[in-house]
Design a binder for this molecule. Structure first.
Ligand SMILES: [Fe+2]
Ligand SMILES: [Fe+2]
Length: 289
């Protein structure tokens, strides 16, 4: 009998160094639980670091290694805005030098490449290289074939247009890459799971203050992202960024917000994919015992 395939999803760790021993202990406990509970794969949907510090990526890597989870087929990580943008630094540079935006864009691209190089082993399975977004992982489990399709939705800080560095966008290059016929054909036999950092759905209340807040956090071209996910026949899209554990459906696709490990380190999202009934799955939020 096949038991299905189990995914654990966490997000928004916002680590800041090694001083917070309690937080690091919580991470150990969670990873240990994932192993004991027989999870097949872990997804971390961005904001590993709070201040775009590679030292925090290193902590995540060490923790994954110490729990034997630092393997291509065991864990997938993507970057969040807090991994790539240090807001204070952006403001300082901007106020002091008022540099050309092109220079900031180049610095952002460098940081994104640095993230991808750092986690290359989880992107391609190889140690060296600088392959980045988008990427697809197709993994065969006894009961089902899974395809993770990861996109980067973080885009550079701009003083007027992206003042907190928290708005999201997908580049046309990524859209094009994942819309190619050969790519779509390669996904046909798989249960497809889209991964991105930003939320499709923002709070969307009628309050003006909330609307202003939504604007600073929103995924600008979310219709394009939705169209891409539909084109790939994704059943699920896993994201973070809003620090809220929630799931919602849009046009037949279930979006899961993995909340925030920083704020609720005992909580995570569990997804079980039933290989016997094509396309069927169950998702729930779980509290550690
Ligand atoms: Fe976050
Ligand atoms: Fe974020």
């Amino acid at each position: 009998m096949t038991r299905g395939m189990k995914i654990a999803h966490i997000s928004d760790l916002h680590l800041s160094g090694r001083q917070d021993r309690r937080q690091l202990g919580d991470l150990d406990r969670l990873l240990d639980h994932f192993n004991k509970a027989g999870f097949d794969h872990l997804v971390i949907s961005g904001d590993l670091s709070n201040n775009a510090d590679a030292g925090d990526w290193q902590i995540v890597r060490e923790k994954l290694e110490s729990h034997a989870l630092y393997h291509w087929d065991k864990t997938t990580v993507i970057a969040g805005n807090h991994d790539l943008i240090n807001l204070e630094e952006e403001m300082r540079f901007y106020n002091a030098l008022n540099p050309l935006l092109l220079i900031r864009k180049k610095a952002f691209d460098r940081k994104l490449r640095e993230f991808c190089c750092f986690f290359q082993k989880l992107i391609t399975g190889e140690d060296g290289g600088d392959n980045g977004f988008p990427f697809i992982k197709i993994i065969n489990y006894p009961s089902v074939q899974i395809a993770f399709a990861a996109i980067n939705t973080v885009y550079p800080w701009y003083p007027a247009e992206n003042p907190l560095g928290a708005r999201g966008s997908i580049t046309s290059g990524q859209l094009r890459a994942l819309s190619q016929k050969a790519v779509l054909a390669s996904l046909r036999e798989s249960f497809v799971i889209g991964l991105c950092h930003h939320a499709y759905r923002v709070y969307d209340t009628n309050s003006l203050i909330d609307q202003a807040f939504d604007w600073t956090m929103e995924l600008k071209n979310r219709q394009e992202v939705l169209g891409l996910m539909k084109g790939m026949h994704a059943r699920l899209v896993l994201h973070g960024h809003f620090h809220r554990f929630q799931s919602y459906a849009v046009d037949g696709i279930t979006f899961v917000n993995g909340g925030s490990f920083r704020h609720a380190p005992q909580r995570y999202s569990e997804i079980v994919i039933n290989g016997e009934v094509p396309g069927s799955f169950e998702q729930k939020f779980v509290m550690l015992p």
